[in-house]
Design a protein around this ligand. Sequence first.
Ligand code: PA5
Length: 447
Amino acid sequence: MKNLTIDIKNALSFLKTDDFDKYKELTKKADSELINKTGKGNDFLGWYDLPERISLKELSEIKDCATDLRKKSDVIVVIGIGGSYLGAKAVIEALSGQFDHLKQRPGNPLILFAGQNLSEDYMVELLEFLNDKKFSLIVISKSGTTTEPAVAFRILKQELEAKIGKKDASSRIIAITDESKGALRSMANQEGYKSFIIDDNIGGRYSVLSPVGLLPIACAGFNIEEILAGARDYMNHSNSAAFNENQVYQYAAIRHVLYNQNKTCEILANFDPRLNFLAEWWKQLYGESEGKENLGIFPASVSFTTDLHSMGQYIQEGLRNIFETVISVEKPKYELTVPKDEDNFDKLNFLVGKHLDYINKMAELGTMIAHVDGRVPNIKITIPQINEYYLGQLIYFFEKACAISGYLLGINPFDQPGVEEYKRNMFALLDKPGFEEETKKIKDRLK
Ligand code: PA5
């Protein structure tokens, strides 16, 4: 099987110094820190060998659970936020037909998400939609105490229990959480929910290849073994390849050099809307991992050609602090060519017989040349096609490159201390018991 490839020549041409060579050593050193567990955040390295460590027993339990839920449900609601939601959503969106959610597909439950926001309207509309459906719940929270999913779970659980009774409801609820800590673990144990464990040493944004991502993906009917095979093959490649053949090292290195040249914003671009949520997952991975100590590249994303008609202007001529990373897909799933039209009013007959994908590829090439001419360095990551195997490769590639990028930056890529700030304020504003002092302070500030 081929590996994903990376082309950095249109970024290398922007380098002001010839110190790229020194990254051969620096990336290797960062990788050794990961392997030897000597770097920052070394208690969160469970993702590193996860693709080969996940046991056959756990895998078959995940698959059995998914088969059972698929039989029982028209809809499966996955409840979680951040790393407990984005990976599954990204993979399911990338692999699903783009109009599948509008089709009746017996035996193929619809996968919906909740607990990733606090919108009252979202929840009311979801409840209305579920009203006449057979639904099941997968509730995911590593800490087991995150407010958004906890609130959503309370509401949806009560709805399910009111509909089919507490006993049957408990057979349609799966919890994915810590082995022993947190409110969700206590609830799962007490109510007898089937549950899966999120290992202590795997952070949320690195958890898509654990039950957190694999169970929802399997419930959507996709092949999780292929995803793991892609990730595993890529892991083995990236662990042994020298710098020149090592896409992980090259990506981490070129990002870091560009950042040092004031390219402080990276835009992840795709030319296929099925990859839009992969970009959301990537934004969390890189944003939450690198953005600390007043450092880090700001991760943004665009979907072309759609966004060429919105963000294209800025990328071409706005502030020159950006570089672009394009995910290019060699082969589409289906084929369609432009038909002939005798009248040719639209003057498009020069395209007759051309594949839409060929036109898209010319847009991709034309955009890259235009943006490079506009002084936006370009990194191109190519996968042969969008399927389970190559999504597995991409996931592992981005995870490892993110960890190495964090070490090159000198920060701990596995913590997220800043996320607590808003929670403290929210709890204080909501009069949460235990936050009395903060409540007083914040309310005084608002007077
Ligand atoms: O990457 C992370 O650690 C976070 O984004 C978490 O996944 C997110 O905050 C949800 O946390 P939890 O799974 O504990 O509910």
